[in-house]
Design a protein around this ligand. Structure first.
Ligand code: SF4
Length: 115
């Protein structure tokens, strides 16, 4: 008796993968086509990724029964939303540490002279 076939990797050229902009390496994301991409986001930090850590390819709930690269990325991942939220939070904290006049010339207030 023959066992079940192992899960296949998602082909980046298949219609669903193309529609979701799936790539095997997040560094390959077309940043002009997908401006929502946040550096640091990948399948590995996506809520849709399943299976156990330690494998280069793991199941993804959007590609049932098949495997995606943990270094990959697509537009369907909630991890991307989380990564974006973390990015915005860091940017907001960084802006709080800057002075509002940094890099600009500021006119000193005039002080009236005594007569
Ligand atoms: S849904 Fe998440 S885990 Fe699945 S391919 Fe897209 S980014 Fe990767």
């Amino acid at each position: 008796m023959r066992g079940a076939e192992p899960p296949q990797k998602v082909d980046i050229h298949e219609p669903t993968a193309v529609a979701l902009g799936y790539v095997e390496r997040a560094s390959q994301v077309d940043r002009k086509k997908y401006p929502q991409f946040v550096p640091g986001s990948s399948c590995e930090n996506c809520m849709q990724l399943q299976g156990k850590p330690g494998s280069d390819y793991r199941p993804c709930s959007l590609f049932a029964g098949r495997l995606v690269s943990v270094s990959g990325w697509c537009t369907g991942g909630r991890g991307n939303v989380i990564a974006a939220a973390v990015h915005r939070e860091r940017a907001a904290k960084a802006s709080l540490t800057r002075t509002p006049t940094a890099g600009k010339s500021v006119k000193k207030p005039s002080i009236p002279r005594d007569r």
